[in-house]
Every structure is written in structure tokens, then in C-alpha cells.
Design a protein around this ligand. Structure first.
Ligand code: 6R9
Length: 647
């Protein structure tokens, strides 16, 4: 923790949408009378039929129900595209920067409209209707945004699966939501390497009973792929057969917009469901205020659309605001460690939003690759995905932003739809490592293990006391799981799964997950998922997975593996298991360290004591706590002496 404080520069207080006094009064209004506050701010989007009701939400155990603007009718694609055509049709909506610095493209709002409508017509011709699910498995190319908006236009529910997930993970997600249509590309391109997206789709679909009806393939690399006659079609060929006019389906505010699968502490990933009106109001409002977005800004969020950050802050929030949003296909260190900063200069980016893991990895290359670029266009920096350590914060502030750009450290989750705790650059003093204060309408509380609400400066678990418009509405197909996961631990409150500290100024410091979720390079992984992949290997009898502190990734994946009787623990097998997990879940789930353990620490009832495994992986051998309740206390010695070293 750092005790440094950076005051709001006076030009920021004067020029930004809100200064501190304004924040205080708006915040008070938002929590004192949410109906009046959101009733007003809901008008920031266009409605075909205006709402007359604003908030109708209940966190009551057994009756959790969340509705915002429930009788309003609108369409997300209309708001992100059509409504801008009259005033900014020729303004650039999307700047696409390819994996290679030689490739980029600018798409105006008028072109965006034509592209979205064509894609919508291609889907419509294949029978896609309001309420149908469409799975999108695309690289970071403009078609990913066109596909999202095309679904929204038709009222179809998109489910994007990150390109780094394996065929198995993809197949599970297609089957869970019952998609009959998949949109993919021949291959993806990242850091000069090809990703076999279409081949992965084929493998995924093969394991689904009944398969899917249509696979639409965008040509990205031109690589050769198998096309199944009658099922598969190249997008350019299908698009050549349709017009670029397609009406926007009238959608109720509570009609679903998308499903996004995310990892939890138990079982398979959950399909987080977001709906139309409240989500768009919240994504667009946070985008405007948190980034102090003004017309003319060039805004770049480096996330992938496979994650929620890409949904809310590359596509929906910025486009609803008529912004120019940059979409980047590549990675931070290709072709050089200066790539981010080169792109900022090339496109004159003024607002830049990235993840701590990227900052830490670029920090390792020193200041030179940053300093040789100008970055004069930058005025605001943002961070998301995991707690940012003060060293990385200071480097981002001093070297990248040259002490001129405030940093907004934005805390939120797939489930929250948009940013909940964050500085507002004209209003909030900055403390490196703190996400600072709640956004309008957000009521954070810190509770102890018993659910007692703590006052003043304190540390405990983070809950949110009442609903905000961007909140998820349910787990797709499993409302019971939604209630159990988020509302059962502290009845009547939304439990975030994060721990936090609140300081004497009322600022929040997120300390990380308190459940069995680990955060690897800002990607959420359930330890249970990695464990079940490991035990699926024929040579593995048991596995326990925990996180450990990792200099670049934040957390790394540490797996304790017990082998079947008679199986030799070899280096080869270690590699084989890493490759196995990559194949089962995807490269993002690769274990960093595997320790072969003849026995795991278990209670007499057979429960694995993860607390102990976590401490060993963190090198905290002195603070293992009480081990006397273990069935075989002797295993701990063995685990400590065979602790795998960090790379
Ligand atoms: C947006 C996103 C959510 C989890 C969340 C928390 C961690 C995200 C953070 C942060 C500290 C921040 N997290 N932002 N922790 N400071 N600014 O990342 O969504 O992928 O669902 O992850 O990420 O632990 O609970 P998601």
C-alpha cells in the first residue's frame, strides 16, 4: 500500500464534467432518490417508447428480481449507430489497428451502419430472430463489433467466447445457451502467430449433439479451412447477397442483450445475462463520466471483446456516446515493446484504458521504449482487471502519462455491467492502488464474515447494498444459481467475491478475490475448472489448484497433482499436463507451476485444506495455521520441501 495522494489539478476540476462538489451532490441525489436520478439519466439514450417506471428491484432472498426502465422500448444498435447518422455520419466510429503496424482501417458511423445492417441481414436470412442465441468466436477485427451490433439490431442474444478458449470450452458455451449459429473467422492473428479459430469451431461443434445450423466464417488470414456444405458460409459471399437496410427490432428494456460466460468458485462457467435498457444507460454514462469523454477524443481500450471490458468499453459505451473507439488486434510487445505508445501517436489517442498486467510487463523493458514516443495526445489513463500495485501505478503515471494524465483505477466485474468504484478525474484525488469512490447510484458496504456491516476505516468483504441499472439480471437458464452465488452469502446484498479495505477518507482499496477464483493477467479463472481439467487426465488421481503471487500476471496458477499409483513423476509428464490443460480449457489456463504431491492436506472428512496449499504456494511456511485437524499432518512437510520455484 502507498500513502501518496495526488490532488485533482485545477484545470481538471474546471474542465471535467464534474468537480468534487458536483460529485458529492450528484452522488447524494443518486442514492437518496434513485428513481428521480435514473429517471433523468435514463433519457441519455433514445427510447422508441419512453419508460414510465424506473427502478423495480428486490434483493430479498428467494425473490431476487432486477428491473430497470421496465416499460421502455428501445434498441441498442439504434442507439449506437442510427441516432448518430444525422449529426456525425462522417465521423470515424471505429479505428481498427491490425496485428501488423502496416494494417489499419477507419470506419465512419455511416459505414458502420451499412456493415451492421448487412451482417444483420445475413443472420436474418439464416432464420435468426429476436431471442435466439448467436455465439461469436472472432479475433479483434471490426466484424466482431459489427456482429455484436447486428445481433442487438435483430434482438438476438450474443454470446462471445474469447478466442483463447479451447474447442471444449467453446463447445460447452455453445451448448449451454443453445446457439444454432456461430460467427467465426478462418484464423486469428496475434503477435504474428495464427490462431486456428475455424478448426476450433469445427472441433467444438462436433461434440455437440445436433451440432449447429450455421457457421459464418469471416476471412481474416485467407488460410485454408474445411467448409461443411450447407452449414458453413464465408461472410463476404453471404454479405454480397444482401442489402444494407435492416430495421431495428423494438426491444423492451428488460429483453436480453447478451450472455457472457465467466468463471466462479464452483462448477462450470456461468452465463451472465445482461439486458437492454439499464445496461446501455449505465455503460454509456460511466464511459462519459469516468473517462471524461468529450466529442473529439480518440478513445482506446486495449481489452478483447471476449471479455466484459470489451463489451462495455470498446463497443457499447463509446458507440452509444458517438465516440471514436480504437480496436486493436495485436499484443503490447509486437513487433516491439513500443507498440502501445506507437499506436497512441499514430492515431492521436487521448484516453487510454489498459490492464495492470500489461503495464507490469512493459515496465520490465524499462523507460526507453516509452520515451522514444511522443504521447503528447494523451490526457487520461485508465486501469482495469485486477488491483494495480503502487509501483506499476507510479510508473504508468510518471513514465507513460508524464505526470500530466490522471489515472482512473476502475473496479467492476462481468456481473456489474459497468464500472462501480472509480475516481472521476475532475473530482477525485488519486491514491495509487485505490479504486477510490463509488460511481453514482452505487452503495458499497464492507462486511465481516458474519455479515455485520462495518463502519469507518475497516477491512472485510465488499458487498453492494442496492441495485444499479447495469447489474446482471440472472444466470442464463439458472436463476437459482444466480441467487445462490450472489445473494445467499449476505442475504439482502449483492456479494462481489472481493475483499476490500476502506480508509479514513472513505476510499476503497480492493484486495482481491476471497473465493476460489484467481485472477491471471486480469483473466478470471475458477480453480475448480483447472482442477477438473487435470483430473480428467488418465495419469492424474487428484489435483488442487491455487493462485500464487506472480510479478507480471498478478497471480499465477499453482497446481498440486497426485498421480495414479505407479505413475512416475517426470519432467515430461509435467509438460504433458500443462499441454493438456491448454487443450482442455485454453492457453490462458496453463498452470505456471505443477508440484507432484504424493498426498494433499485433507481434513478427516476428506476436504482439501486449500488454505494450507495457498500458504505454501505463497512461500508463507510460518503461517500455515492449525494443521492438527489434518487426517495426515505429515503431508505438509513433504509439500514444503518440494515447493516449486517461481520462474
Ligand atoms: C472488469 C473485469 C472481475 C474481478 C473483480 C476483481 C478484479 C477488476 C479491478 C479489480 C482491483 C480493479 N478487478 N478490476 N480488482 N481493482 N480496478 O475485470 O471483470 O473479468 O469479471 O473480473 O476482477 O477481483 O471481482 P471480470
Amino acid at each position: 500500500m502507498s500513502d501518496k495522494v495526488y490532488d485533482v489539478p485545477s484545470q481538471w476540476a474546471q474542465k471535467a464534467y464534474v468537480d468534487d462538489a458536483h460529485y458529492q451532490s450528484m452522488y447524494a441525489a443518486s442514492v437518496n432518490d434513485p428513481n428521480a436520478f435514473w429517471g433523468e439519466h435514463g433519457k441519455r439514450i433514445d427510447w422508441f417508447t419512453p419508460y414510465t417506471k424506473v427502478k423495480n428491484t428486490s434483493y430479498d432472498p428467494g425473490h431476487v428480481s432486477i428491473k430497470w426502465f421496465e416499460d421502455g422500448v428501445t434498441n441498442v444498435a439504434y442507439n449506437c449507430v442510427d441516432r448518430h447518422l444525422e449529426t456525425r455520419g462522417d465521423q470515424v466510429a471505429i479505428i481498427w489497428e491490425g496485428d501488423s503496424p502496416d494494417e489499419s482501417r477507419k470506419i465512419t458511423y455511416r459505414e458502420l451502419s451499412s456493415e451492421v445492417n448487412k451482417l444483420a441481414n445475413v443472420l436474418r436470412n439464416r432464420g435468426v430472430e429476436k431471442g435466439d442465441r448467436v455465439t461469436i468466436y472472432l479475433p479483434m477485427i471490426p466484424e466482431a463489433a459489427f456482429a455484436m451490433l447486428a445481433c442487438a439490431r435483430l434482438g438476438a442474444i450474443h454470446s462471445i467466447v474469447f478466442g483463447g478458449f479451447s474447442p471444449d470450452s467453446l463447445g460447452g458455451r455453445i451448448a449451454d445457451c443453445g446457439s444454432k449459429v456461430v460467427i467465426t473467422a478462418d484464423e486469428g492473428l496475434r503477435g504474428g502467430r495464427k490462431v486456428p479459430l475455424k478448426a476450433n469451431v469445427d472441433a467444438a461443434v462436433n461434440q455437440i449433439e445436433g451440432g449447429v445450423d450455421h457457421v459464418i466464417v469471416v476471412r481474416r488470414t485467407g488460410g485454408k479451412v474445411d467448409m461443411v456444405p450447407g452449414r458453413d458460409v464465408y461472410y463476404d459471399e453471404a454479405a454480397a447477397m444482401v442489402t444494407d437496410e435492416c430495421p431495428a427490432e423494438p426491444m423492451n428494456a428488460e429483453d436480453p442483450l447478451f450472455i457472457l460466460y465467466t468463471s466462479g468458485s464452483t462448477g462450470k462457467p456461468k452465463g451472465v445475462l445482461h439486458t437492454t435498457g439499464g445496461y446501455l444507460v449505465y455503460a454509456s454514462m460511466t464511459h462519459q463520466y469516468v473517462f471524461d469523454y468529450h466529442p473529439g477524443d480518440i478513445y482506446w481500450c486495449t481489452a478483447d471483446v471476449g471479455w466484459v471490458t470489451g463489451h462495455s468499453y470498446i463497443v457499447y459505451g463509446p458507440l452509444a456516446n458517438g465516440a471514436t473507439t480504437l480496436m486493436f488486434e495485436g499484443i503490447p510487445n509486437y513487433p516491439s515493446m513500443s507498440r502501445f505508445w506507437d499506436v497512441i501517436d499514430k492515431h492521436q489517442v487521448s484516453i487510454f484504458y489498459t490492464a495492470p498486467t500489461a503495464i507490469r510487463s512493459l515496465m520490465q523493458a524499462g523507460e526507453e521504449p516509452v520515451k522514444k514516443t511522443s504521447r503528447a495526445s494523451l490526457r487520461l489513463l485508465g486501469s482495469v482487471g485486477e488491483p494495480i500495485n503502487p509501483e506499476a501505478w507510479e510508473w504508468y503515471y510518471r513514465v507513460v502519462g508524464e505526470e500530466r494524465c490522471p489515472i482512473v483505477d476502475t473496479w467492476w466485474q462481468t456481473e456489474t455491467g459497468g464500472i462501480l468504484i472509480t475516481p472521476l478525474p475532475g473530482a477525485t484525488k488519486l491514491k495509487p492502488g485505490s479504486a477510490t469512490r463509488p460511481f453514482f447510484g452505487v452503495q458499497p458496504e464492507v462486511v465481516d464474515a458474519a455479515g455485520q456491516v462495518l463502519d469507518g476505516a475497516c477491512e472485510g468483504n465488499l458487498v453492494i447494498a442496492d441495485s444499479w441499472p447495469g447489474q446482471m439480471r440472472t444466470v442464463y437458464g439458472d436463476h437459482e444459481r444466480f441467487e445462490q452465488t450472489y445473494f445467499a452469502t449476505y442475504p439482502g446484498k449483492y456479494f462481489t467475491g472481493d475483499g476490500c479495505r476502506r480508509d479514513a477518507d472513505g476510499f476503497y482499496w480492493i484486495t482481491g478475490r476471497v473465493d476460489d477464483v484467481i485472477n491471471v493477467s486480469g483473466h478470471r479463472m475458477g480453480t475448480a475448472e483447472v482442477e477438473s481439467a487435470l483430473v480428467a487426465h488418465p495419469k492424474v488421481s487428484e489435483a488442487a489448484v491455487v493462485g500464487f503471487p506472480h510479478d507480471i500476471k498478478g497471480q499465477g496458477i499453482y497446481a498440486y497433482v497426485t498421480l495414479m499409483d505407479g505413475v512416475e513423476p517426470t519432467e515430461e509428464l509435467r509438460k504433458e499436463l500443462v499441454a493438456w490443460v491448454r487443450r482442455e480449457i485454453g492457453p490462458i489456463a496453463s498452470p505456471d507451476l505443477i508440484q507432484f504431491a504424493p498426498g494433499l492436506p485433507k481434513t478427516r472428512s476428506g476436504k482439501i485444506m486449500r488454505r494450507i496449499l495457498r500458504k505454501i504456494a505463497e512461500d508463507q511456511f510460518e503461517s500455515l495455521g492449525d494443521t492438527s485437524t489434518l487426517a495426515d499432518p505429515g503431508v505438509v512437510e513433504d509439500l514444503i520441501s518440494n515447493r516449486q520455484n517461481k520462474r
